[in-house]
Design a protein around this ligand. Structure first.
Ligand code: KG4
Ligand code: ZN
Length: 363
């Protein structure tokens, strides 16, 4: 056994340089993180082919990860000017996510780690999002309340340290990003709908139509977005003439475009203000002052403005390139989970993995 291998097995405390691999859905993300330096190199490939199908096709996602991962890892290591044996740890997304897509990342990561004789660790995708604001130039201190808003999750979490999480509330039905995507689809916008809807909303008057602020009139920190989606569907059916099949942003009818933009803006404002009300409530309940917002929807401008102006404490976000899925957040979470790394990782994934089943880390 080489000295280096012996060191790796004995002392995970010396782990500094981590390769992160994300493949839970339709983004292939690869990055190298070095403790004390941050992200050294990264690459994300977004599988836009799913746009033809209006949503992610799991089988296509898996195949694309297989196609992209090896070359992306080679490229990122080259960018980082790093030889594979200089990696101390390989971190990969173990769940939650699409089973096949996760398996590609897990299989690749564990095989790669064994080939270069380095330990590997499986990471919870949402812990990756949750910790991603730590990669910002002005990272938050602990403790904080985290609002995680992605395509699959909407959660409020009390965070006292990395690995010390208490779920405060979550969505009872659709996630915030899912509500954006479904509403965008109703408006005839291409997948992925969230950013498209946000772009359309820039031209809109958010006060023209009334939208509910779901579950804000009763106590508690849970969310529900399916009623808002139904409200929007009924509004679209009422306001957009049935004969108009060209419900797209590039439609030539200025009146129709304005109506679509007004609906998009009203919907977006309703989501942002609902999240604001719940965040304020969570901060009051925990007596915390910092809010961290992460996950794909944290890229949304109106949400950021609403939270920044509506809360008295400081609000923290990931760097804008790290809001949606990426390898950097997985590398960082892997570094925090380094004590759980092993040299013979089984290729096991957890497509469903509640965050509160994640083992705690010592403070
Ligand atoms: O975190 P993420 O990349 O993947 C999951 O873990 O789900 O989040 C993707 C979600 C999608 O629903 C996408 O539409 C939404 O984030 N999203 C946005 C914006 N950018 C991404 N939603 C609203 N406004 C945006 N600017
Ligand atoms: Zn995500």
């Amino acid at each position: 056994m080489t000295t280096k291998t012996a060191r790796r097995q004995a002392d995970y405390g010396s782990i500094e340089t981590v390769l992160g691999i994300e493949s839970s859905c339709d983004e292939t993300g690869v990055a190298v993180y070095r403790h004390g330096h941050g992200i050294i190199a990264e690459a994300v490939y977004s599988q836009l082919d799913h746009a033809h199908f209006g949503g992610v096709v799991p089988e296509l996602a898996s195949r694309d990860h297989v196609r992209k991962l090896p070359a992306m890892v080679a490229d990122v290591l080259k960018q980082a000017r790093l030889d594979p044996p200089n990696l101390d740890l390989v971190a990969f997304t173990q769940g939650p996510g699409l089973a096949g897509a996760l398996l590609v990342g897990a299989g690749f990561a564990t095989a790669y780690a064994q080939a270069i004789e380095c330990p590997a660790v499986g990471v919870h995708h949402m812990e990756g999002h949750l910790l991603s604001p730590l990669l910002d130039a002005e990272p938050p201190g602990f403790p904080f309340v985290a609002l995680l808003v992605s395509g699959g999750h909407t959660m409020l979490i009390s965070v006292t340290a990395p690995g010390q999480y208490r779920l405060l509330g979550e969505t009872l039905d659709d996630a915030a990003g899912e509500a954006f995507d479904k509403t965008a689809r109703l408006l005839g916008l291409p997948y992925p709908g969230g950013p498209e809807l946000a772009r359309l909303a820039e031209d809109g008057d958010s006060a023209r139509f009334d939208f509910p602020r779901p579950m804000t009139d009763r106590p508690g920190l849970d969310f529900s977005f399916s009623g808002l989606k139904t409200h929007t569907r009924l509004l679209i059916e009422r306001e957009m003439p049935a004969e108009s099949t060209a419900k797209t942003t590039d439609c030539n009818d200025p009146e129709l475009h304005q109506t679509m933009a007004d609906i998009a803006a009203g919907f977006e404002r309703a989501v942002a203000e609902t999240l604001l009300i719940k965040c304020r409530r969570a901060l009051n309940a925990t007596r915390m002052h910092r809010l961290v917002v992460a996950g794909g929807v944290s890229a949304n401008r109106r949400l950021r403005n609403t939270l920044d102006s509506g809360l008295s404490g400081q609000v923290y976000y990931p760097p804008s390139t790290l809001c949606t899925d990426n390898g950097a957040m997985i590398a960082l979470a892997g570094w925090h989970r380094r004590s759980m790394a092993t040299r013979r990782q089984p290729i096991a994934v957890r497509p469903r993995w509640p965050l509160d089943e994640l083992p705690g880390l010592a403070e």
